[in-house]
Design a protein around this ligand. Structure first.
Ligand code: PMP
Length: 435
């Protein structure tokens, strides 16, 4: 039988075929039930089969299901742009550029940043700086920005060397320092890189406010982003936050950067924007970023056939309304604390666990191992056998693929279901650790 070529295990005839989703559960063709402990790839944030979202796409499709972006905009796209602008805590207003995936969103952000300086007569200000470790997407531009050895290695000759500074990883400090004695040396690295390359050549610095799959959830110490923002502003370099994984409630705030009460110049979102009901993502650019473009060529030199698809926009709008109506961002913060406390208890029981870090319902569990992903796969497979879905992640420093998983259930998980998730995870660790 020919199967779809998605990932390696798909070559395996026994790889499950999902046929139904309901709430936080997925069911395969044999009727086996799985608790979606990671919302797929941190995406299905409202769970599966939510009637309000399904109704929204049906309603929209009855009116208009496709327009091309150079001919029309639509009501759902405009309402979505307005709603997203309201979600951002900043003195500035933000414009939305809709695309179809997180990779397209970060690549668009990169192009907007470069265009911002081109329109001011500074075409040489076109490099992007990013961090080891990080992940910003799989297309060549997005991969150029990604500090992810394994995903880069086959394509190195095609990539720019944008990753140039360390991530703020206190558990395994790449600079071998300890916070707060380090005085945020990892943030100071940005200034060193800028002075070495020359600010006149750099358009933007991009960072995931909380590093996702590339680092098994890395949360910076307080003060880090304040210093980063100061450095970017000082050298007239745009600050892009990649909130594809963290945005729209996942960390218990609308955007993860809100935890540090500052704002960035361009924000990328994806995944949770549609909660997985359709492909849609966006680059959100502030007035400051857009001003020279609006006074210059007046259009962003990017775009896709399906940009701002009306059905996708209607879904995203319904998702944001659902989050607002259910106070789900606050709920994520509350449930995330409950889940985190329960996982801390597990950490005392299983010596395999090295470190647990999380905000809201985005939690990384890093394991003590140097198996470069073998242990992670064993844990993910064992959990799946038991009916629990986990998201595999890397951990550790540049070039060292450690072992970690991400636990990120839908925002709608109940406290009883949190207990079940922890129970299944505990059984998994028991089996893998062997005691
Ligand atoms: N940025 C971040 C932070 C991500 O986590 C991801 C996906 N894991 C991407 C970008 C790329 O998104 P996509 O897979 O939708 O292209």
């Amino acid at each position: 039988m020919k199967r779809s070529l998605l990932i390696k295990p798909m070559m395996d005839e026994n790889y499950p075929i999902a046929v139904r989703g309901e709430g936080i559960y997925l069911y395969d063709v044999d009727g086996k039930k799985y608790l979606d402990g990671s919302s797929g790839a941190v995406t299905a944030s409202l769970g599966h089969g939510v009637p309000e979202i399904l109704d929204a796409v049906y309603e929209q499709s009855k009116h208009v299901s496709f327009v091309y972006r150079s001919q029309f905009t639509t009501m759902p796209a405009e309402k979505l742009a307005q709603k997203l602008n309201k979600c951002i805590h900043s003195k500035e207003d933000y414009w939305s550029f809709f695309v179809n995936s997180g990779s397209e969103a970060t690549e668009t952000a990169m192009k907007i940043a470069i265009q911002h300086f081109q329109e001011q007569g500074k075409p040489q200000k076109n490099k992007i700086l990013s961090r080891w470790v990080s992940y910003h997407g799989i297309t060549i531009g997005a991969l150029s920005m990604s500090g992810h050895v394994k995903r880069r290695e086959r394509f190195v000759p095609l990539l720019e060397e944008y990753p140039s500074v360390s991530a703020p990883h206190c558990y395994q400090c790449p600079l071998d320092k300890i916070f707060p004695d380090c005085q945020l040396a990892c943030a100071s690295e940005l200034e060193t890189a800028i002075t070495r390359i020359g600010a006149q050549h750099i358009a933007a610095f991009i960072a995931e406010p909380i590093v996702g799959a590339a680092g098994g959830i890395i949360i910076p110490p307080d003060g880090y982003y304040q210093q980063i923002k100061k450095i970017c502003d000082h050298y007239n370099i745009l600050f892009i936050t990649d909130e594809v994984m963290t945005g729209l409630g996942r960390t218990g705030k609308m955007f993860a950067l809100d935890h540090w009460s500052i704002s960035s110049d361009i924000i990328t979102i994806g995944k949770g924007l549609s909660a997985g009901y359709t492909p849609i993502a966006a680059a959100l650019a502030s007035d400051k970023v857009m001003e020279p473009i609006l006074q210059g060529s007046r259009s962003i030199m990017s775009g896709h056939t399906f940009s701002a698809n009306p059905q996708s926009a209607a879904i995203a709008l319904a998702v944001l309304n659902y989050i607002e109506k259910g106070n789900l961002v606050e709920e994520v913060a509350r449930k995330g604390d409950i889940l985190l406390q329960k996982l801390y208890v597990l950490a005392k029981k299983f010596s395999l666990i090295g470190n647990i870090r999380g905000k809201g319902l985005l939690i990384g569990v890093e394991f003590i191992s140097k198996s470069s992903g073998v242990l992670t796969q064993k844990i993910v497979n064992s959990a799946r056998e038991k009916g629990l879905l986990l998201y595999p992640a890397s951990a550790g420093r540049e070039g060292v693929e450690g072992d970690a998983i991400i636990i990120s259930p839908p925002f709608t998980i109940s406290e009883k279901e949190i207990n079940l998730l922890v129970e299944l995870f505990s059984e998994t660790l028991h089996e893998v650790q062997g005691d």
